[in-house]
Unconditional design. Structure first.
Lengths: 170, 170
DNA sequence: AATATTTATATCGTACACGATTTAATCGTG
DNA sequence: CACGATTAAATCGTGTACGATATAAATATT
């Protein structure tokens, strides 16, 4: 809690903590699948960053654009359903994309509760430039198409099962 | 950029955007491995949250404790190397864990630049309580040990290759 | 038709994550 | 010994995530 300013203190007794205690230990970091996924996700972020910052995009912003390239003119809730995000995350993110000129946000006149998110010309145009990015990332992974597809299926299966565990009761 | 206040506007012409344009399209969300990983990571976070909040821990805080259970009395940089994080992320996180009473942060008298992070009694004690958490999460994934191990190896391979691509030149 | 309920976004507070910079301690070399 | 270079944390600013709450529009109910 303290800022830990660097002043000379009386030496602290070394207090040797038990390095190894017993047989049944808590899991180690390198055995945890969740940690491997956590780190791989970060690694992907790092790979994407330089590729995307040429277009002044972040990784989640790129995912929003991918969603809109697939189908344009969607509500915030619809985007959220596709991305697994809610308005608390999407609203500021969409405002930034609007500020960057990639999309527009307009209330739906037929239902003023909804916001229609639409790509601008600039938003559609970078689809071409961004097309190679995913391949670029795939290359960085150094996996063949078969391995990639295999991993994709496995990850989606795991994701769906985990989601099933949180949505309602198993 | 505007707060989009809900006032009745003149109807916007529907402007039908091209639903499908051509053959060579940008990748779709459900074809992107990075997105599957991104979502699986979020799903894991959601699974861990209720299990961890009994101990007033977040998921990254739990990972720090796992690291310390493996080996106690480490510097911030050492923890960062294990977790793939730097002091800008770790320092505030460690301060919160200190505030929660799970660890102490003291300058290393032998080298005042370093901060020694050590578990408290409370920090060691929850190792026992937390032991089942990872199993609990594995259960939620619904995969057998063989599949888990397989996925773990694949993810670590992918992570390492991605890291190799960013650390220096390929 | 007036009111209660539901729905769609937005806002707020907290906690990562990370690039860039700062500060303090140590090390290396003259 | 001094002084520049290096190293280890900390700080700062921006951008996600997400629980909780607020707000306004639409729908359902009485």
């Amino acid at each position: 809690m303290t800022p830990l300013t660097r002043t000379k203190w009386p030496a602290v007794t070394s207090n040797a903590s038990p390095e190894i205690s017993a047989a049944a230990r808590a899991p180690r970091l390198d055995e945890l699948l969740c940690f491997a996924i956590y780190q791989t996700n970060h690694a992907l972020n790092r790979i994407y960053k330089p590729l995307l910052q040429d277009h002044a995009l972040t990784y989640p912003q790129y995912l929003v654009l991918v969603t809109l390239w697939e189908r344009d003119d969607r509500s915030v809730g619809d985007l959220g359903a596709a991305l697994g995000l809610e308005s608390n995350t999407l609203t500021p993110l969409l405002k930034r994309l609007e500020g960057s000129g990639y999309l527009t946000r307009t209330r739906n006149p037929a239902d003023e509760r909804q916001v229609r998110v639409r790509l601008t010309e600039a938003g559609r145009r970078i689809e071409d430039k961004a097309r190679g990015i995913a391949d670029c990332v795939a290359d960085a992974g150094g996996l063949g198409r078969a391995e990639l597809d295999d991993l994709l299926v496995q990850m989606k299966t795991l994701r769906d099962r985990l989601d099933a565990g949180t949505a309602t009761s198993p």
